[in-house]
Design a protein around this ligand. Structure first.
Ligand SMILES: Cc1cc2nc3c(=O)[nH]c(=O)nc-3n(C[C@H](O)[C@H](O)[C@H](O)COP(=O)(O)OP(=O)(O)OC[C@H]3O[C@@H](n4cnc5c(N)ncnc54)[C@H](O)[C@@H]3O)c2cc1C
Length: 371
């Protein structure tokens, strides 16, 4: 008899399993239909011995000290500052847009002060910001929108930015200095021995049993448990009663080259050329030293694993119907990006899982991290 069945061994399921076992002494069964733990953050060594991220590059960054300190129980870290370039007009320019992006694209020698004036002269202020197009054009004008954003977004979502919620790119930074870091969070680190090793340690408690290659429906009725933590797709849980929640997917193509470095930074975006969106050279991110290097190219797809919830008002309305059902379902806790139909970063999912645990136990954030 288990106290909890946890469906999904990604961040949401693993953190809750750990807290329930270590923090509350509960007996927990974790099931995942995939052949591995870690969910989308799973990494492994490919046939060349290079550590790769099976479901696309995952970079850990957070402003939350609680989340960072909690995960630090299970891993040492390496510092890593993420950098991205976009291939535009035959050049590789920094993303987010900064002083060098503009000077490279236009052959100018602007200072930070000039750049502020430049943005003011090209920006097209809009009275209300409702779509992603509004967000960008009101900040940097139409030309930069066309060069850097429009086609990338169309490839990624198969929708024009004018059809996508402002939230998709609401927080896009535009800098007038030369800072070319992709993130500016307080903690920007990668697990020193990879994500999977960290998950092994999160799940190592003797009260936690793990079943892989198992859809939870296969064991329903044959294994006894008291409550459920569900981190799979919420619409699937309710047998798609109100219809399917739409997701955008990706196909990852891996390629290993006989050279130790291929590109100057971890990620190069291709907004205007090719069917793929970006190429990642993973060794920049993991810090691994190896004579060869592995690249991963991302092709957006309509079908496949559910990766990105499509942020449109009708989908949010459909999710709310499922959420009402979830709220009325006793003994099942819905946690994580698939169960709450939201694009969350890893740290946000950890924070959400800790909050759910605090609700379950009545402990405060500080108390719940005590044990
Ligand atoms: C391409 C890509 C890149 C990303 N890059 C970053 C990044 O750089 N930084 C960052 O912070 N975040 C990134 N993320 C987000 C990150 O992947 C998520 O925040 C995190 O993985 C969510 O964890 P989760 O536990 O909610 O979901 P998941 O990791 O998806 O775990 C859910 C698990 O549930 C299992 N499951 C589902 N249904 C069932 C069932 N019926 N029975 C049994 N098991 C089931 C699944 O197999 C899966 O393992 C990225 C996401 C994508 C798609």
């Amino acid at each position: 008899m288990f106290d909890y069945l946890v469906v999904g061994a990604g961040f949401a399921g693993s953190v809750l399993a750990e807290r329930l076992a270590q923090g509350s002494g509960k007996k927990v069964l974790v099931v995942d239909k995939r052949p591995h733990i870690g969910g989308n953050a799973y990494d492994h060594y490919d046939e060349h011995g290079i550590l790769i991220h099976k479901y696309g590059p995952h970079i850990f960054h957070t402003n939350s000290r609680d989340v960072f300190e909690y995960l630090s129980r299970f891993t040492a870290w390496r510092h890593y500052q993420h950098r991205v370039r976009a291939s535009v007009d035959g050049q590789l320019v920094p993303i987010p847009i900064n002083l060098d992006t503009i000077n490279q694209l236009y052959g100018t020698r602007f200072t930070a002060f000039d750049l502020k004036q430049f943005f003011e002269s090209v920006a097209e202020p809009r009275e209300t910001i409702t779509t992603s197009e509004d967000v960008i054009i009101s900040k940097v004008g139409r030309e930069l929108y066309e060069k850097l954003f429009r086609n990338y977004t169309r490839k990624q979502w198969d929708l024009d930015p004018s059809e996508l919620d402002a939230t998709v790119i609401a927080r896009i930074p535009v800098r007038t200095n030369r800072d070319d870091r992709y993130f500016t969070d307080t903690y920007q680190v990668m697990p020193a021995h990879g994500f999977t090793r960290m998950f092994e340690r999160i799940l190592a408690h003797p009260n936690i049993k793990i079943m892989l290659n198992t859809d939870y429906r296969e064991i329903e009725g044959s294994i006894a448990y008291d409550q459920v933590v569900f981190t799979g797709p919420i619409d699937e849980f309710f047998d798609y009663r109100f219809g399917k929640l739409p997701y955008r997917s990706l196909e990852f193509q891996f390629q290993t080259l006989n050279t130790d470095r291929h590109q100057p930074v971890a990620v190069v975006n291709y907004p205007n050329d090719y069917a793929f969106t970006r190429i990642t050279e993973i060794k920049h991110i993991t810090g691994q030293e190896h004579a060869k290097t592995t690249l991963v190219t991302e092709y957006p797809r309509a079908e496949g694993d559910p990766y990105y919830p499509v942020p449109r008002p009708e989908n949010a309305a459909l999710y709310r119907k499922y959420q009402e059902l979830a709220d009325a379902t006793e003994g099942v806790h819905f946690v994580g990006r698939l169960a709450t139909y939201k694009y969350y970063n890893m740290d946000q999912v950890v924070a959400q899982a800790l909050t759910v645990y605090s609700r379950m136990t009545g402990l405060t954030r500080r108390e719940l991290l005590g044990a």
